[in-house]
Design a protein around this ligand. Structure first.
Ligand code: PLP
Length: 459
């Protein structure tokens, strides 16, 4: 029996009925009408699986909120957190702390190019908030350009940057955000027919938007390197380099939001590495320690960091660089290196996940497009291949969203936990998922897609 058990501090009811009852009575859940949800209790997890209190197991193709990159309950990461808890759990940001210093050193070492200094936050939204504040102070300009089809977080500034319906309820939000369309050949806003055309036209559109906004008023462009929740949109080769060049030409900072795409998801430490692009500020969270303890941050270029050499940085958070979270980041980075997790992700994406999902697309009329890389994939579900009409309308809910809900129910009934957003299902398992587990999950998707096929014009 552990000390905790002896002290009885963690002896509380864990049976499904009590957990559900207390949850429904006292927990306000994110993004949901509370009377319309029934949160499933999770009792445990291991690797790519989690289970409910009755032992019903689910293969997790959503990695919780695309954050459990290292998988559930990695024993070495859990042990490292326990060790740090015994050493020192809380040190305010004003002091130096060994776990924090080491986490910052490692993240700076992994960060693209000469990015070298880290401001820590408790999560992704705060990282984006801090990045735009840094950009505004550094440039002396106020406007931020953000993309449609993006999610940057739910605090005031991050919500204002967000280019999808979750922003609407917070409007009018932070002033000074202008918006543009990023590339997406399958639903091209530019009527392009090739990746190269989409890339050129998206860059011209961004330039036109900046010019129309007044380049001298624009502090930064913020971009998800690979758009996550809004579609796993992998940028065409040349796009990010083009954004970098445009920003350099016009004195604008380039902020990469790598909260979802970073730390292994795309088979790289930072997804921009794939295109060898160096942003001025890189925001991270989720995969940095798989959310075992909340952590996020911004990595700064030397030029931006220099701004705060003599000028006080106008921001701070009580838990900035929390030792427990930073120790978890240090341990997680070491585990990724020692276990070759990035190599595993690249190999899985190229030789297992991509081919298996393309095979689904060949056989199911409801699959319009498969796109992705690493352990970051989307199946775009449609009613008709010629019109590409989405299986459910934009932002549908209730009866209008039923076809996607039925698909989700079929996945869960067969033991697969899917990630569903609008008319897409994403395949985002933990980075440690095995090829066998991918095949098991894809076999379940295969059967669940028959439900979606029935809603197509040919089905
Ligand atoms: N940026 C991106 C790209 C995200 O996917 C998310 C969360 O999903 C965030 C920012 C916000 O992160 P957090 O929920 O940790 O505040």
């Amino acid at each position: 029996m552990s000390m905790l058990d002896e002290a009885g501090l963690l002896s509380f009811p864990t049976d499904e009925e009590t957990v559900r009852k207390n949850d429904m009575a006292h927990v306000l859940h994110s993004w949901a009408a509370q009377g319309h949800i029934d949160a499933m209790p999770i009792a445990g997890g291991e690797g790519a699986w989690f289970w409910d209190p009755n032992g019903r197991r689910y293969l997790d193709f959503s990695s919780q909120l695309v954050n459990v990159n290292i998988g559930y309950q990695h024993p070495r990461l859990v042990a490292a957190i326990q060790e740090q808890a015994g050493r020192m759990v809380s040190v305010s940001p004003a002091f130096a702390n060994d776990a924090r210093s080491e986490a910052a050193r490692l993240i700076a070492e992994l960060a693209p190019g000469d990015l070298d200094m880290v401001f820590f936050t408790s999560g992704g939204a705060e990282a984006n908030e801090m990045a735009i504040r840094m950009a505004r102070v550094h440039t002396g300009r106020h406007k931020i350009l953000a993309a449609y089809r993006s999610y940057h977080g739910s605090t005031a500034g991050a919500a204002a940057l967000t280019g999808e319906p979750r922003r609407w309820a917070t409007e009018p939000g932070m002033p000074g955000v202008a918006r543009f369309w990023g590339p997406n050949l399958y639903r091209s806003p530019f009527h392009a027919t090739t990746e190269a055309e989409e890339c050129d036209r998206a860059l011209q559109h961004l330039r036109d938007t900046i010019v129309a906004e007044g380049a001298h008023t624009v502090a930064a462009v913020i971009l998800e390197t690979v758009v996550g929740t809004n579609g796993i949109l992998v940028p065409p080769d040349g796009y990010l380099a083009g954004v970098r060049a445009l920003c350099d030409e016009l004195g604008i900072l380039y902020i990469a939001d790598e909260v979802m795409a970073g730390f292994g998801r795309c088979g790289e430490w930072f997804a921009v590495d794939r295109w060898r692009v160096q942003p001025d500020l890189v925001c991270f969270a989720k995969g940095v320690n798989s959310g075992y303890v909340p952590l996020g941050g911004v990595v700064l270029s030397p030029a931006v960091a220099a701004t705060f050499e003599d000028l006080a940085f106008p921001g701070g958070l009580t838990y900035s660089g929390h030792p427990l979270a930073c120790a978890a980041a240090v341990a997680s980075i070491r585990i990724f290196r020692e276990e070759g997790i990035l190599e595993h992700v690249r190999e899985l994406g190229e030789t297992v996940i991509g081919p298996a999902l393309r095979d689904l697309a060949d056989r199911h009329p409801s699959v319009g497009e498969v796109r992705g890389l690493g352990v970051f994939w989307a199946l775009e579900l449609i009613r008709d291949r010629s019109t590409r009409e989405p299986l459910v309308p934009f932002n549908a809910s209730g009866a209008a969203a039923a076809p996607m809900a039925e698909f989700g129910t079929a996945c869960k009934a067969a033991g697969l936990w899917p990630f569903i957003h609008m008319n897409r299902t994403h395949v985002c398992p933990p980075c440690v998922v095995t090829a066998d587990e991918i095949h098991q999950g894809v076999a379940i998707l295969d059967r669940a897609l028959e439900v979606a096929d029935r809603h197509t014009t040919s089905g």
